[in-house]
Design a protein around this ligand. Structure first.
Ligand code: NAD
Length: 459
């Protein structure tokens, strides 16, 4: 009756995961994509940023290898080559997504999709039908509605990722969230003078207080100017460069940069997606969905950044898989309420579950175990800056409920804590395995022992 069981709009991490899982469950699917397969993550987001950070980390290591006996003369960062490498990596991964869809015999319909009605989608004007339609169109950077934000040189992260032909001397970053921090690290490591203007009282204000405060100190030590409580009012072109005007507690100030990066959040990418008269309910800037990912339009669903408050690639993939499983009559396996989150600064940051402040706000009695990693052998060798691990457990049941890590490879180490929290493990269960020496993860044993002592003392 319909051309397909499921049409997915968007071949990013969410859409491709949904289509691949639905295909495995026997549904006849197609994916519509207007740009490169892989979506924001591969082409204009996480992977691209991480590739740039890989280059700047290499530069930083070479430039700072003196203490370890490595001396580099004539060190040079070639920005066009760095961006070319970013495009190379994106292309490999984008082609990988395309190949996986092809291997699963899921057609990739190239063009811009518009939802014409509950079972009808047009792709560049040609109509196809499906029993179910999934919106997985992602998000796009927010532009500040302030004077001067359309000046040449005032860029969003997506515009910046298109490439620069040379390094700017200076950069002003508006927004000390994840994107702002990662770009600040990249440019600062390559010798650019960076100023971060953050509206709230610390960097990464959405995370545990100690992480943002610690990172602020580390970046300042590296020469980055960090201005919290800075309310941006506008930008103008002056002889000295782009001047971003702001106030800090009512006191006016000005930050000068050759370029300005605006990184103040992302909003659902829904422009032109619905035929006139077809307007699903929204929740702020995102689509409103229920726990089965249903929008207010019958048989139209949404996942990922288009419909989620948590805008992360792994969240979109997990939602895409869960959506396909629900559609295919299979019980979803992943706990969508427990979302690890990582910042690829130096040292890396990774968090999962509750912070102490969140537990307090919810009246959950918790104890916090902590290890400051100054004595960890790998930290002494690598000198990544002040590192620590924090783990939280309920004071009544001893179940682990949260963790915050700031150390090299934190993004890889966090999964064992996610697994422990998802399976309601106690510190004792995580203390069973031996951890290798020397390793960053040894410090987790110390943090867990500290937590155990505090839980015992509270009995
Ligand atoms: P964000 O919400 O993480 O941070 C935006 C920051 O800008 C906030 O700290 C906010 O207080 C500040 N801000 C807002 N308006 C301001 C103003 N007028 N002046 C000064 N500061 C202002 O947003 P983002 O960094 O743009 O990232 C967007 C999304 O993408 C987030 O959900 C983020 O988690 C996700 N992302 C994740 C990763 C990762 O996981 N490593 C990487 C990139 C992006």
């Amino acid at each position: 009756m319909y051309d397909y069981d499921l049409i997915v709009i968007g071949a990013g991490p969410g859409g491709s995961a949904a289509a691949l899982r639905a295909g495995k469950l026997g549904l006849k699917c197609a994916v519509v994509e207007a740009r490169e397969p892989g979506g924001t993550c591969v082409n204009r987001g996480c992977v691209s940023t991480k590739t740039l950070l890989h280059s700047s980390q290499l530069y930083h290591d070479a430039a700072n290898g003196g203490a370890a006996g490595i001396h580099m003369e004539a060190l040079r960062a070639d920005l066009p080559e760095i961006f070319q490498n970013k495009r190379r990596v994106a292309q490999i991964l984008s082609q990988g997504v395309e190949a996986m869809l092809k291997a699963a015999k899921i057609p990739l319909l190239r063009g811009r999709a518009r939802i014409e009605g509950p079972h009808r989608v047009s792709v560049d004007g040609a109509e196809v039908s499906a029993e179910h339609i999934l919106i997985a169109t992602g998000a796009a950077p927010v532009r500040l509605p302030l004077p001067g934000m359309d000046l040449p040189g005032v860029l969003t992260s997506e515009e910046l990722l298109e490439g620069l032909d040379r390094l700017p001397k200076s950069l002003v970053v508006i927004g000390g969230g994840v994107i702002g921090i990662e770009f600040a690290c990249f440019f600062s490591d390559l010798g650019v003078s960076v100023t971060i203007l953050e509206g709230l009282d610390r960097l990464l204000p959405m995370l545990d207080r100690e992480l943002g405060q610690n990172l602020g100190l580390i970046l300042k030590k590296q020469g980055v100017q960090v201005l919290p409580n800075a309310l941006v009012e506008g930008c103008e072109q002056t002889e000295g460069g782009l001047a971003v005007r702001y106030t800090v507690k009512g006191k006016p100030g000005e930050a000068l940069g050759e370029l300005v990066l605006v990184a103040v959040g992302r909003r659902a990418a829904l422009d032109g997606l619905f035929a006139p008269g077809l307007e699903p309910e929204r929740d702020g800037s995102i689509l409103k969905v229920n726990d089965r990912f249903e929008t207010s339009i019958p048989s139209v669903y949404a996942i990922g950044d288009a419909a989620s408050q948590v805008q992360l690639a792994h969240m979109a993939s997990a939602q895409g898989t869960a959506f396909a499983e629900l559609l295919g009559g299979v019980k979803p396996q992943t706990d969508l309420s427990l979302v690890p989150s990582c910042v690829y600064c130096r040292p890396e940051i990774a968090v999962v579950g509750l912070t102490e402040a969140e537990a307090k706000a919810r009246n959950i009695p918790v104890k916090v175990g902590k290890c400051v990693m100054g004595g960890n052998a790998r930290v002494v060798i690598d000198e990544p800056g002040r590192c620590f691990m924090k783990v939280l457990a309920r004071a009544d049941t001893r179940e682990l409920v949260g963790a915050q890590l700031m150390c090299p490879h934190a993004a890889d180490s966090i999964s064992q804590l996610s697994a422990a929290i998802a399976n309601r493990r106690t510190p004792e269960e995580l203390l069973l395995p031996m951890r290798p020496h020397p390793s960053f993860e040894e410090s987790l044993t110390e943090a867990l022992l500290d937590l155990q002592r505090k839980l015992d003392a509270a009995l």
